[in-house]
Design a protein. Structure first.
Length: 280
C-alpha cells in the first residue's frame, strides 16, 4: 500500500511490505527525484519505524495498543486502537494499516492531530460512514459482516475478522462469487482462500451484475469445483443465481452464535441486503 499526497509533498509507504522498503531508496535513481517519505506499520516490531524516524521520516504505527504518529519532530498519541470502530476491537489489522496511512496523509495536508484522533475514534460507527466496507449487524444472535472483499487479500483479511468473531462454538458461513473479467486461476485462488478458514457453509453465488463476458453459471462452477477439490462437501456448497438470493440462503441457514461473511459486489444488491438486515 502506498499513498501519495501530491507531487511535491509526501509519499506514504507501508513499512510492513518488504518490497516497498527494498525499492524506496531507488526512487531518485528511477525518477530523478523522490518526495519526502512517510512510513506506517502495524507489525508489533517497531524497529523499522524507529529506524525511519531517526532518518527524519514521519511515521505512524501501533505501540502498546495505541496508534502513535510522529511528524516534524513531534509525537502524537492518536488513541487506543481497540476503541477505533474501523479496527473491530483491534482485530481488523488491514483497517488499522489504513488508518495509520490516512493519519500520515492527513497530517501532511495540515490537518490537526486532535482532528485526526477524533475522526479515528468515531469513523465507522455509523453504517453510512463507509457503505459496503465492513458493515456489521447482529441479527438474533447471528453476527453478519458485509464487505466488498473482491480479491484474495481482501477476502483473507475479511475472513480473519469473521473467524475471530465465531469463537469456539459458532459456525462460519459465507457467500462467494467473482466478476467475470478474472482468470480461472484467480477465481480458484479466491476459493482457496475461503477454504483456509474451514467454513461450514459456502453459498456459491452468481455475481449477476458483473458477468463481463462469462456465461451464466460459469464462475460458480469454477468456484464450486475448486472448493470440492479442497474437501468441502456438496451439501455445504449450495449455488444461488443472484447475490441477494445467496445472502437470504445464508441468513436462513444461520443460528445464534454463527458468523456470516457476505461479500457483496453489486451496489443494488448491497442496498437491498442492508435494507433487509435493518428490517430484521
Amino acid at each position: 500500500m502506498a499513498t501519495a499526497v501530491d507531487e511535491s509533498g509526501m509519499l506514504v509507504l507501508n513499512a510492513d511490505d518488504s518490497q516497498l522498503r527494498a525499492h524506496a531508496d531507488g526512487l531518485v535513481r528511477r525518477f530523478g527525484r523522490s518526495p519526502p517519505l512517510a512510513w506506517f506499520a502495524v507489525n508489533p516490531d517497531q524497529g523499522i519505524l524507529r529506524e525511519y524516524g531517526l532518518r527524519g521520516a514521519s511515521t505512524c504505527g501501533v505501540r502498546e495498543g495505541r496508534l502513535h504518529l510522529s511528524h516534524a519532530g513531534a509525537q502524537y498519541d492518536l488513541g487506543l486502537v481497540s476503541r477505533m470502530p474501523l479496527s473491530m476491537g483491534g482485530i481488523a489489522a488491514y483497517n488499522v494499516a489504513n488508518m495509520a496511512a490516512a493519519a500520515l496523509a492527513a497530517i501532511a495536508l495540515g490537518i490537526a492531530p486532535t482532528t485526526i484522533a477524533a475522526v479515528l475514534a468515531q469513523f465507522g460507527s455509523n453504517l453510512n460512514d463507509n457503505p459496503g466496507r465492513m458493515m456489521r449487524f447482529d441479527i438474533d444472535g447471528v453476527k453478519v459482516l458485509v464487505d466488498y472483499a473482491h480479491n484474495p487479500d481482501g477476502l483473507r483479511g475479511f475472513l480473519k475478522v469473521a473467524h475471530h468473531l465465531r469463537g469456539d462454538s459458532g459456525r462460519l458461513g459465507l457467500m462467494l462469487g467473482q466478476a467475470g473479467n478474472r482468470k480461472d486461476a484467480d477465481i480458484e485462488e479466491l476459493a482457496q482462500v475461503a477454504a483456509e478458514f474451514q467454513p461450514d457453509l459456502v453459498v456459491v453465488k452468481e455475481d449477476e451484475a458483473h458477468l463481463r463476458g462469462r456465461s451464466p453459471g460459469e464462475i460458480p462452477r469454477i468456484i464450486r469445483a475448486e472448493l470440492r477439490r479442497l474437501g468441502l462437501t456438496d451439501s455445504a456448497l449450495p449455488v444461488m443465481n443472484t447475490e441477494l438470493e445467496a445472502a437470504r440462503h445464508a441468513l436462513d441457514w444461520a443460528r445464534p452464535g454463527d458468523v456470516l461473511a457476505l461479500p457483496v459486489h453489486s451496489s443494488s444488491a448491497r442496498a437491498a441486503l442492508v435494507a433487509m438486515l435493518q428490517k430484521r
